[in-house]
Design a protein around this ligand. Sequence first.
Ligand code: NOJ
Length: 512
Amino acid sequence: MPETHIEWWRDAVFYEIYIRSFADSDGDGVGDLGGIRERLPYLRELGVDGIWLTPFYRSPGADHGYDVSDYVDVDPQFGTLDDFDALVATARELGLRVIVDIVPNHSSSEHAWFRNALADPSHPDRRRYVFRPGRDSGPPNNWPSNWGGPAWTRDERSGEWYLHLFAPEQPDLDWHTEEVRDDFEGILRFWLDRGVDGFRIDVAHALYKDATLRDEQEPFPEAPFSSDWRAAVDQPEVHAVYRDWRRLVGGYEDERVLVGEVVFSDPARTAPYVRPDELHMAFNFTLLFQGWEADGIRAAIDRSRAALAEVGAPPTWVLENHDVTRLPTRYGGGAEGLRRARAAALLLLALQGPVFLYQGQELGLEEVDLPDEVRQDPIFRRMKGVRKGRDGCRVPIPWDDGPPGFGFTSGTPWLPIPDSWDAKTVERQRAAEHSPLALYRSALELRGRLTGDLAWRESPEGTLVFDRGGVVCAVNVDAPPLPLPDGEVLLASDEHPPGELPPGTAAWILVA
Ligand code: NOJ
């Protein structure tokens, strides 16, 4: 059993497992629950506290699991409920928490509710979705889908239109309908009873849409990763749902937690979601929206801390996930990008509050420039290649063994793993003293020694230096060599001359 201390999640490090791409136990080229279970000792050894599993529920896979057709069953491609129970049991034995994704904003168009709704407009399930008459000869309003085209698709049989903020295969649920709320409480209980430690809530800020359906202001941004511009979402009613869910999880022992995917660039807009009686945590994407630039990074940290302090919640820290370009590539690619990403790892893990890592981040994996013909992300298809989509950060993990399967699968991986990743396998990195994996392991082992509030030290432009208890985290982002404070260097992101840090390097120094 994981050791329970009060508010265990406040300093926890979670590891996101994108299920299709972590480990495949049956040779079909797609990751599964059995594969994850076999690899859990690796995560124990890495030193994380828990895992976040992306959706493994029954799904036709239009958005690779974020289109759920049965919320209380496992998709056969990923295993069975027994496999899930076995995974949770093994995680417990290893002292790892398990949180699971929940997708309440939309279901799959293959869900029985939606099929009933389409088959018969007078069916009670129709009220679970947002069906509306069109305007003139088009959709009810001007809302765009996040992935191009209108957010409405016409139901030919009735002539009405249904709402989908994402793909047409992901119809939005209507949270104004009582049954939707009741059903999701049942779904949460189903997984809590099976022993999960909590939920990651997909597009948590969007469940309720503006009920008047008023038009959004045009022009729309081109690549709307954040919802800053949408007036239709972030409606006040959503907070009552999270208060109910907080009470619900509070009825279980061992402090189960709720983590919201609340996608605003301003943490002040996220803060209301983590008031003491709502979600425990919300992803804080400020560092993920921020380039390798010292003032911007510092401002992101300060803004996040200030906004969340007002509601007593810890800011979470995230640099990568399955929706964004890999960090070394965002930081310029090549040796320079990787060097910066290593330094950023020490910055990230020195921050106070929960941290979310994404599988492969600890290996320093780069974005893969895949050929168009193998791309599978609906974003790529719906946007006709104008946006390449997210496949490049979802390439399976290279464990060992070499191409094509790299120990990820005995078959053909669902996305090709580049031959060059031979140098990046877990097996290789385990054996190499200065690998990204070794750096993450050391940082995770030492992280517990960083205590207390973050206190900035004065430092030259282009650098970031702060105290956490008796340990100083120094980051030279892009300045001339930075003199280090006196003390013992516990860990550095790269080799450095004694007493100073070159640009693109970070270190933790024991000063007290
Ligand atoms: C956010 C998820 O992280 C993303 O992968 C998914 O496509 C959308 N929500 C829609 O569910």
